[in-house]
Design a protein around this ligand. Structure first.
Ligand SMILES: Nc1ncnc2c1ncn2[C@@H]1O[C@H](COP(=O)(O)OP(=O)(O)O)[C@@H](O)[C@H]1O
Ligand SMILES: [Mg+2]
Length: 217
């Protein structure tokens, strides 16, 4: 489903990824771990089609995503990928339901359908009674639930998360991890960047990075 072939990413003359190759099958639960600055976010951003390799290939469902034009990549991202951020990245003036609706509106979903689907998804992540709250009226763990519901908005096969529990206390972290496990059990391919050894232990497989390289696949 996902294949990196000798992926290199330079920022100016700094090499953040130094030739990374691996494959991830549909339905896997993978943790990406390693020290700060080793290239985890760079790797996840490329996986999420938010960034491109400087060289090498990223093959997603048989298509070379690294060489697609921007508009095609946007469509591919919308159709296949949900992205969860450490800092939640919710819009503060919008309600939980409106935040979850946003990716649907970009995808051209009818507004009545957006509303129904957003409420279903918020229910799914345990926030059925807080659809109308704004992010400031929610706890950190609840904000991340909204972030996950938003990532699920367009029914992606792949869920990517960059340190999704990095801003949360241990109880909220455990709840968010349980939610990712459930989504994995429902068939999603889940790829998490984490510093948390507990999360690493939960994943079926760990990709360990160091200095822009993969330690073990
Ligand atoms: N946009 C950027 N411009 C320049 N350097 C960057 C940029 N993004 C990341 N880097 C550098 O690339 C390296 C890897 O960053 P990153 O992928 O964010 O690491 P990690 O997520 O593992 O902490 C770091 O040294 C970081 O400073
Ligand atoms: Mg990072």
């Amino acid at each position: 489903m996902i294949r990196f072939e000798d992926v290199v990413r330079f920022y100016g003359d700094f090499q953040a990824l130094a030739g990374v190759s691996f494959a991830i099958a549909k339905g896997e639960f993978v943790a990406i771990m390693g020290p700060s600055g080793c290239g985890k976010s760079t790797m996840l951003n490329i996986l999420g089609l938010l960034d491109r390799p400087t060289s090498g290939r990223y093959v997603l469902d048989g298509a070379d995503a690294s060489s697609l034009a921007d508009d095609k990549r946007t469509l591919l991202r919308r159709a296949k990928i949900g992205f969860v951020f450490q800092a939640f990245n919710l819009l503060p003036r919008l309600s939980a339901a409106e935040n979850v609706s946003l990716p649907m509106s970009y995808a051209g979903v009818h507004s009545a359908e957006q509303r129904t689907r957003a409420e279903d998804l918020l229910h799914r992540v345990g926030l059925g009674r807080k659809c109308g709250r704004t992010p400031l009226e929610l706890s950190g763990g609840e904000r991340q639930r909204v972030g996950i519901a938003r990532a699920l908005a367009n029914g992606p096969d792949i869920l990517l998360a960059d340190e999704p529990t990095g801003n949360l206390d241990s109880k909220s972290s455990a709840e968010i991890l349980a939610l990712f496990k459930e989504l994995h059990a429902e068939g999603k391919t889940v790829i998490l960047v984490t510093h948390d050894a507990g999360i690493g232990a939960t994943a079926q497989r760990t990709l360990r990075m160091k200095d822009g390289r993969l330690q073990q696949a």
